[in-house]
Design a protein around this ligand. Structure first.
Ligand code: BMA
Length: 815
């Protein structure tokens, strides 16, 4: 028999004297249900976060009555299956306790057949206050284990296996969410319980690949002659099937693929997927496999050691961003929103996403989409920025958790690496207790980390376990925030330590897995959470929606280094996004120009989990910040980049593709009216994975005419045009001219809506912003006279609506 879902309408009630009883849609979370029923205001608006803290300070009961037909009771056993139970929960069925849960990242399953009745049954889930449980656990620890103070607003989250950012982060609202976030199901079992289906790939020297499918099952009737049916469908629809007799010793079958269609990361090739279906005793497991070889190259070299992902024998330039949970209210994490965000990542030429360790092991849909889109996944285990206990009970719980997660995810071709945690090695140096007694806390760290490593290596020998992000390498407890010659690096000298953007050009990371710069949200997004009287960067609402203590001051102070001070609130918002884009562009381009030394650039952070000022390149409602448009350009497979080193300005062409490409174009020195001062045409061939110097100029020559103009490159690469720009000083000192930009909105015969922008003088960071939803094919670009730019509107508004809601910003318009 197939599964029975218990999802849908449940009742949520308070377990104290609040006498709240409202409907809740399961899977779902308590806050979303209370919001839906009008019990709480929207936590994301104004300063409501403060007013709804009481929700997390109560116990809650989820209840469902469901009918069971007598045929179900003919099954020998019936499993209740739960996952993403957040967090401390007691489950009763018809008043019998059937499960105790206390780890949001575990899967829970048990036979409840003895407690089921034909007719009406009652399932209850009691959710206990997580803050009190965390405190009680902390009190029982043998020695104090510092928690993520500064990020978390509720103490001791590190003792609980719950999403660490639920109690707030430096971009996160503190909601202390609770609920059950995955489907609640009953699985009837007649003869055999299918516990897992896992696959591995064996590559042979003749290029063929053997897919090995291994089952783990449990027979309830020893003499049963049940059979597992395994079907593999190739990308071109060919079906191969095998049967596995479940009484054999080794439950496996092998599919030989003589000419495999290889899976590639985005930008390097296609993502063909092979569908595997396994059916055992009414239980059905479906997977989509990608056939690829992948390893992490960490060979020592002259500079230190490499940090290069190699896929199908080719070194990959990893480009992407860090991922935080999609929504602070887990009930709002819909498959459509996962798709939109990940498609937007791919649209910006990304090929890797890092699932950051303070959130959650992502939902199945996330990894399925990454497989489909060619986004490699750097997967942290869920530990971040705090120290963690190493007591036997904690280690036992997390080793079970990691085993389950590795088994759940290891068949995804997108999964590239298992990383032990986020910044926990670094955190040993952050807290007074661990600073004063470093040896003790290093040993404590290693006890936990060693267990994580053992479980990962046992469960998934095909992938590398990387102790922590950042980390300089095996058993290296050094400073990976500053040591750029080995391992992965988190480079925060600019945002957190106040250096200027040129600090990005003073390091040459092998793989920068975090660096970021904040901006404020765009005006249309601000309007969704702040009333008009709060449209000011120091208003209570604005400060509530900025979780990094010094964040607003850092943004504002940096304005004074690069720009003339913006004249009003709208221009401040816009300029903050110019500034953010400039920061991340500066770093990304310079590090790409250092290929092959640098083989990975993942900026902090892709997304927001509520509307907030943050490092994200996509706002909570899906709107692209200027940074995301720039990322699309600076992560493009072919890039032309100006590099200023010593006394030379040079232009480098970078080709990440593993094929030769031809490029032509010119570098032009323009004055502020768009008149040519000088121009240099070029023509070149780029070999595969190339990084080529194509032009250079003595800075002394440029300095003779300082402030008179800017350098602009146009590169044509087999039909694709890329441009870039270089200035000889900070924008605030340049005599930029303000342009009267003309815009024309047109609807093409095929229904496409386009906007054409033109200007009589060079205009920079020209940014069309629409008040409604949707985005443009390009924005935040340089607009040259006599070269109008036409961008497509991607969204559902009409041309009239677009025209009425369109604002065009430019850098020279900020003051
Ligand atoms: C990083 C992350 C997060 C944090 C970000 C911005 O190091 O790991 O903990 O949100 O910095 O401060």
């Amino acid at each position: 028999m197939s599964q029975i879902t218990l999802d849908g309408e449940w009742t949520l009630s308070s377990l104290s004297d609040l006498s709240i009883s409202v409907p809740i849609k399961m899977p779902g979370d308590v806050h979303s249900a209370l919001l839906g029923a009008g019990v709480i205001p929207d936590p994301y608006l104004g300063c409501n976060e403060t007013d709804i803290q009481w929700v997390g300070e109560h116990d809650w009961l989820l209840e469902k009555q469901f009918e069971v037909e007598s045929t179900l009771l003919e099954s020998k056993e019936v499993d209740l299956i739960l996952s993403m139970v957040d967090t401390v929960a007691t489950i009763t069925l018809n008043d019998e306790v059937v499960m105790l849960c206390s780890n949001m990242f575990r899967n829970y399953r048990c036979n409840v057949r003895p407690f089921l009745n034909a007719g009406i049954n009652t399932l209850r889930i009691t959710l206990k206050r997580a803050d009190l449980e965390a405190k009680a656990r902390a009190e029982r620890l043998p020695f104090p284990v510092p928690w993520a103070e500064g990020n978390n607003q509720i103490p001791h989250m590190n003792t609980l296996r719950k999403m660490q950012c639920h109690s707030g982060w430096d971009w996160g609202i503190c909601l202390m969410a609770s609920g059950v976030y995955e489907s609640i199901r009953l699985q009837p079992i007649s003869n055999v319980r299918l516990n897992s289906v896992r696959t591995s790939q064996q590559w042979h020297s003749d290029g063929s690949c053997e897919v090995i499918v291994t089952l783990a099952s449990e027979r309830l009737t020893p003499d049963s002659d049940a059979i597992a049916e395994c079907v593999l469908e190739t990308p071109n629809g060919e079906r191969i099937s095998h049967a596995i007799a479940l009484d054999s010793d080794k439950l496996e079958c092998r599919f030989m693929i003589s000419q495999p269609d290889r899976w590639w990361p985005a930008g390097y090739g296609e993502q063909p997927l092979y569908s595997l279906t396994v059916i055992v005793d009414g239980q059905r497991v479906e997977k989509r496999l990608g056939l690829r070889e992948l390893h992490l190259d960490t060979q020592e070299d002259d500079a230190g050691s490499a940090m290069t992902f190699v896929v199908n024998g080719k070194p990959i330039m990893a480009k992407g961003a860090n991922w935080i949970p999609l929504d602070a209210m887990p009930g709002k994490q819909t498959p459509e929103r996962y798709r939109q965000l990940l498609e937007d990542a791919k649209a910006a030429n990304m090929n890797m996403i890092r699932v950051w360790g303070g959130g959650m092991y992502e939902r199945g849909v996330f990894y399925r989409l990454c497989d489909e889109l060619g986004l490699l996944v750097w997967q942290d285990l869920m530990f971040a920025c705090a120290l963690y206990p190493s007591t036997p009970a904690f280690l036992k719980d997390v080793s079970q958790e990691v085993q389950e997660q590795v088994r759940r995810l290891s068949d995804h071709p997108s999964l590239a690496l298992w990383c032990g945690d986020n910044e926990v090695i670094g955190a040993i140096g952050w807290y007074p207790e661990s600073r004063e007694n470093r040896e003790k806390y290093v040993v404590n760290y290693d006890r936990l980390n060693r267990v994580l490593q053992e479980v990962v290596e046992r469960e998934d020998p095909t992938r590398r376990f990387w102790a922590s992000s950042p980390c300089n390498g095996e058993l290296d407890f050094g400073d990976a925030w500053h040591d750029d010659n080995k391992g992965d690096m988190h480079f925060w000298d600019v945002w957190h330590s106040g250096k200027s953007f040129d600090a990005y050009q003073k390091v040459k990371p092998r793989f920068c897995s975090e660096f970021g710069y904040q901006s404020w949200p765009s005006f249309p997004t601000v309007k969704t959470f702040a009333a008009e009287e709060e449209w000011n960067v120091t208003s209570p609402t604005f400060e509530q929606h900025q979780k990094n203590g010094r964040g607003n001051s850092i943004i504002t102070e940096m304005f004074t280094r690069y720009f003339r001070f913006p004249k009003d609130f709208a221009q401040m918002l816009y300029l903050s996004q110019v500034q953010q884009a400039l920061a991340i562009k500066t770093a990304s381009e310079y590090w790409r120009a250092n290929k092959p030394l640098c083989r990975g650039i993942l900026y902090w952070q892709l997304n927001d989990c509520w509307p907030v000022s943050s490092w994200s390149s996509i706002e909570y409602n899906g709107r692209w910040k200027q940074l995301h448009y720039h990322a699309k350009r600076f992560f493009a497979p072919q890039l032309a980049v100006f590099v200023e080193e010593e006394n030379t300005l040079s232009l480098r062409f970078i080709n990440d593709e593993h094929r030769r490409v031809a490029a032509t174009g010119q570098v032009t020195w323009y004055d502020w009216h768009g008149e040519v001062i000088d121009t240099w045409p070029f023509e070149t061939k780029l070999s595969e994975d190339d990084n080529q110097l194509v032009w250079h100029c003595d800075l002394d020559i440029i300095n003779e005419r300082k402030h008179q103009g800017f350098f602009y490159v146009v590169m044509d690469c087999e039909g694709k045009t890329a441009t870039n720009v270089w200035f000889d000083d900070a924008y605030k000192r340049l005599p930029l001219r303000k342009s009267d930009i003309c815009t024309e909105v047109k609807t093409h015969a095929d229904g496409r809506i386009v906007v054409t922008l033109s200007s009589s003088v060079p205009a920079f960071f020209v940014h069309p912003e629409f008040s409604g939803e949707g985005r443009f094919s390009d924005a935040s670009f340089t607009l040259m006279p006599c070269s109008p730019v036409t961008v497509e509107y991607i969204g559902n508004a009409t041309a009239d609506q677009l025209e009425a809601g369109l604002t065009v910003y430019q850098l020279a318009g900020t003051y």
